[in-house]
Design a protein around this ligand. Structure first.
Ligand code: HEM
Length: 141
């Protein structure tokens, strides 16, 4: 059980590393205007999204659902924090999906957003991290 939790947290950190870094790359990509930088950012974004972030997300879900099936659903099914956490996780997957949409726009040279937009988007995962960790650890309700 503790092994599942350890692996869950390791992959959660992997996922969040990407959730924080990818919009940062979009900021710099949106500010760049030469072909060499454009192609280099495309490679970095693709490798981060498909090589690190998405496997991190899938593995976090696998170990989280595994813990639910193993003991946690039986223990916490009636606890509000678990339902609130799962609701935030669904929204976080939507945000992850939007990152993929922005990545494809850059890939096809169709990005329409400014670097300021991506700077704001870069703050979004902060709120998810605060909310989800507090719900999971403090279990306030
Ligand atoms: C992706 C879907 C996820 C599922 C299904 C899930 C489910 C779970 C479950 C069942 C536990 C064990 C609860 C316990 O024994 O107290 C757990 C622990 C934990 N989860 Fe998740 N989780 C997910 C994602 C995340 C994410 C994204 C974060 C961080 C942002 C996170 C942070 C934590 C933490 C910190 C713990 C340890 C709580 C403790 O032992 O005090 N989880 N998770």
């Amino acid at each position: 059980m503790l092994w599942l939790k350890a692996l869950h947290l390791i992959f959660m950190v992997t996922w969040f590393a990407g959730l924080f870094y990818l919009p940062r790359l979009f900021v710099y990509h949106a500010m760049s205007d030469d072909a060499i930088s454009n192609e280099r950012f495309k490679v970095m974004e693709r490798k981060l999204y498909f090589g690190i972030m998405t496997p991190g997300m899938v593995a976090t879900w696998v170990f989280g659902v595994w813990m639910l099936a193993d003991y946690a659903w039986a223990a916490y099914a009636s606890s509000g924090w678990l339902h609130a956490k799962l609701a935030l996780l669904v929204l976080l997957v939507v945000y992850h999906g939007y990152c993929g949409v922005w990545l494809l726009a850059f890939k096809h040279d169709r990005n329409r957003h400014s670097h300021v937009f991506y700077r704001w988007m870069n703050e979004v995962p902060v709120f998810f991290l605060l909310g989800i960790v507090i719900l999971a650890v403090v279990k306030p309700f």
